[in-house]
Design a protein around this ligand. Structure first.
Ligand code: GLN
Length: 477
């Protein structure tokens, strides 16, 4: 069995038809992790006990001839910002280095209820802040396609685990691109659902109005199966929406002929690498041959997206991260003489440089005297960015762009230049700000054999359409 190509249906039907046991599948993945992950670094914690217990449960069901649920026996990885009952959850940070949650994230419990076997927790940038996974407090992740390059971030471990056959699918989180960009760097599929489509209960907050949970997978169909599993209203998250969850898998087979695809010049301007441009243009031609109509659209506020994102996201982060004060849970500084020294030293010891930078930026943007000029202004521009999409989507069913302006860069290439790192998010942050869904699907490789990703953006709750387009493209490519 070739683990690097194993899909959900392959795994599930092998278990259902007694060709393989769920236990064997889990152990085969652990053996691969043992062999490969020393050099890749995709996992932070393995949850063997929980995985093997679940695998046994699934094998008993299979032995009794019961029909198995959609993810039965499927080995999965979970980004370490999603809380897992009894399994260490660090958010890639020292401040949560020993944190063991007393509850499960809703997306995780829905995966497990659907039969998934949770292998462990995947590495990520600290509190999901980053585009290269180099901000993990533990160790970086290396891109399985070239170990000198980054896997993207912040869900770098989730992307690399799928790309290297160390999980069939994984969950990630996307605040400014952290599912789609690592998916594109690692040559896998990454889906960010509409804001409100998937419950955020149990997701360690970075920027609550921008955070989304979604799948990274080998195929579009696998991403659709996972979305169908985790989507839908959850009473534990008041921002999760009570809108019918379509059967995303059945919808994949509907024809794409006649769909209108928007192409915005703002996403093909300066800074876009030539090979990435060519691959995206070739993909657009392919969609045309599948019967889609290509329509030029304009998203005029795009140039303001990066500053807007880095104001809103840091402002929310500064508030969300105030809870790590050494009192309630997580790291606490020792040998302190006063409460304020305890706060200060706990946060100084627990947080890394990027997290501190963002707390300072966000605190500044929210402070009296600067609030109107920065935070409020950013919120207004956010509305304009959302309106750009609303107008474009009156004319088209989806918008196609490159996922990232370049393929995977080298480790260390941008880590001393935060601004250069922030610019890597230029094509992804807009969708988070507007709350619309987006998917990245592989669309070729550079001369150096590095994967390139095509991004397809959809209307609010238009996941079925972008999945269908991505699936048609994937089948034709
Ligand atoms: N790279 C972006 C950032 O650093 C996005 C992160 C994310 O989506 N979690 O904020």
């Amino acid at each position: 069995m070739d683990l690097s190509r194993l899909t959900i249906d392959d795994a599930r039907s092998a278990v259902q038809n007694r060709k393989a046991t769920a236990l064997w599948l889990a152990e085969a993945h652990y053996a691969r992790i043992q062999k490969e992950d020393g050099q890749i670094g995709a996992y932070l914690t393995l949850s063997k006990e929980r995985a093997l217990e679940q695998a046994n449960r699934i094998d008993r069901m299979a032995a009794e001839g019961k029909p198995l649920p959609p993810l039965a026996g499927v080995p999965v990885g979970i980004k370490d910002v999603l809380c897992t009952l009894g399994v260490r959850t660090t958010a890639g940070s020292k401040i949560l280095g020993k944190y063991i949650p007393p509850f499960d994230c809703t997306a995780v419990s829905r995966m497990e209820a659907a039969g998934a076997v949770i292998l462990g927790k995947t590495n990520c940038d600290e509190f999901a802040m980053g585009s290269s996974n180099e901000n993990s407090a533990f160790h970086p992740v290396r891109n399985p396609h070239d170990l000198n390059r980054v896997p993207g971030g912040s869900s770098g471990g989730s992307a690399a685990a799928v790309a290297a056959g160390m999980a069939v699918v994984t969950l990630g989180s996307d605040t400014g691109g952290s599912i789609r960009q690592p998916a594109s760097f690692c040559g896998v599929v990454g889906l960010m659902p509409t804001y409100g489509r998937v419950s955020r209960y149990g997701l360690i907050a970075f920027a609550s109005s921008l955070d989304h949970i979604g799948p990274l997978a080998k195929t579009v169909k696998d991403a659709a199966i996972v979305l169908r599993t985790i989507a839908g209203r959850d009473p534990m998250d008041p921002t999760s929406v009570d809108i019918l969850v379509p059967d995303y898998v059945a919808e994949l087979e509907k024809p794409v002929r006649g769909l209108k695809i928007g192409v915005a010049k703002e996403y093909f301007g300066d800074g876009l690498d030539d090979e990435v441009r060519q691959a995206a243009e070739a993909a657009i031609d392919k969609l045309k041959t599948l019967g889609c109509e290509i329509v030029p659209v304009s998203l005029p506020h795009t140039p303001y997206a990066i500053p807007t994102y880095y104001l809103v996201a840091t402002a929310e982060a500064s508030s969300n991260l105030a809870r790590y004060d050494g009192v309630r849970y997580g790291h606490r500084a020792q040998g302190v003489k006063s409460l304020s020294e305890m706060y200060r030293r706990t946060r100084d010891e627990g947080f890394g440089a990027e997290v501190k930078r963002r707390i300072m930026l966000g605190t500044y943007a929210l402070s009296a005297g600067y609030y109107d000029a920065y935070y409020l202004k950013a919120q207004k521009v956010r509305t304009l960015l959302a309106r750009d999409f609303e107008q474009a989507f009156q004319k088209v069913d989806a918008i196609v762009t490159p996922t990232s302006p370049t393929a995977a860069f080298r480790l260390g290439e941008k880590s001393n230049d935060p601004l250069a790192m922030y610019l890597a998010d230029i094509y992804t942050v807009t969708a988070d700000l507007a709350g619309i869904p987006g998917i990245s699907v592989p669309c070729g490789k550079t001369k150096d054999k590095l994967p390139i990703g095509l991004q397809i953006l959809g209307k609010h709750f238009g996941e079925a359409t972008i999945l269908r387009l991505a699936h048609a493209y994937e089948q034709a490519a």
